[in-house]
Design a protein around this ligand. Structure first.
Ligand code: ADP
Ligand code: MG
Length: 242
């Protein structure tokens, strides 16, 4: 459902933010480990007394707790590692229609017209349905957020011998040349309430599918996002190592 997709996007965003924080904690923890070791060594060189022994005990507790924190962080990062795609035969026009249907209400509310060119007989691909829903949801959302009422979103599918391509074009604000290189970086956003993770997730999912995402844009004119997916027959050969 739409709520699920929105929830998924929120959850993956929150997890990525948390992963960023967890990753950042690594440096101060390393520094703590090194300095606790130093203090411990210096203490052991002092004349032993009740005080030095009590301090050594405290340092032991600190070192154990640092090890414990390190373990918690490593487990957390492992637990939220994105799962590999669960591949099954998929017909892209149906999936795109489904996602458009989810977002029809918001598209209408924003006064955006949708045009689709999805030729019947588009070749099958091997894909993870939920992950691809997330891809189109994120891209359509970005397009909506870039457009004013009266804007047009067009979705076109085409295929060659090996791949299926989807082009999503919008008549939105476009992207500044200097921002083009940053689009897939986590946390890059030009929006007040953006999180800058949508395109990073899209790129990761496309990569996990053996595909590719490219973005062309002109400020004040619009943006075209192109997705490339290997066709089913190619994907099957790739997996078989051929
Ligand atoms: P967010 O939407 O949270 O900002 P994204 O990763 O989805 O994060 O997008 C990153 C940035 O890329 C956006 O803030 C915006 O500046 C730009 N962008 C993405 N898609 C479009 C688009 N269709 N039109 C204009 N700018 C876009
Ligand atoms: Mg976005």
């Amino acid at each position: 459902s739409t709520a699920e997709l929105i929830e998924n996007e929120k959850i993956s965003s929150i997890l990525l933010l948390a992963a960023g924080v967890a990753h950042e904690l690594g440096n101060p923890l390393n520094s703590l480990t090194i300095h606790l070791q130093l203090i411990d060594r210096k203490l052991k060189k002092l004349k032993a007394s009740k005080e030095t022994r009590s301090l050594e005990d405290s340092i032991k507790v600190c070192r154990d707790e640092v090890t414990r924190l390190d373990g918690i962080i490593k487990n957390f990062l492992e637990a939220i590692r994105p799962r590999p795609p669960d591949l099954a035969e998929l017909y892209l026009p149906d999936l795109i229609e489904e996602v458009l249907h989810f977002q029809a209400r918001e598209l209408a509310d924003r006064g955006i017209k949708v045009e689709g060119e999805m030729p019947a007989g588009t070749p099958m691909i091997m894909a993870d349905r939920d992950q691809l829903k997330q891809v189109f949801f994120n891209l359509i959302k970005n397009a909506m957020e870039a457009m004013q009422p009266g804007g047009r979103l067009s979705l076109k599918l085409r295929a060659d011998d090996d791949s299926v391509y989807v082009a999503l074009a919008d008549t939105g604000s476009g992207i500044k040349t200097e921002d083009l290189a940053k689009l897939f970086q986590p946390y890059h956003t030009t929006k007040v309430s953006g999180h800058g993770l949508g395109l990073m997730i899209v790129q990761r999912i496309l990569r996990d599918h053996g595909g590719h995402v490219g973005i062309e844009s002109k400020e004040g004119v619009g943006t075209v996002v192109t997705l490339q997916f290997p066709q089913k027959h190619r994907r099957v050969r790739m997996l078989a190592g051929g």
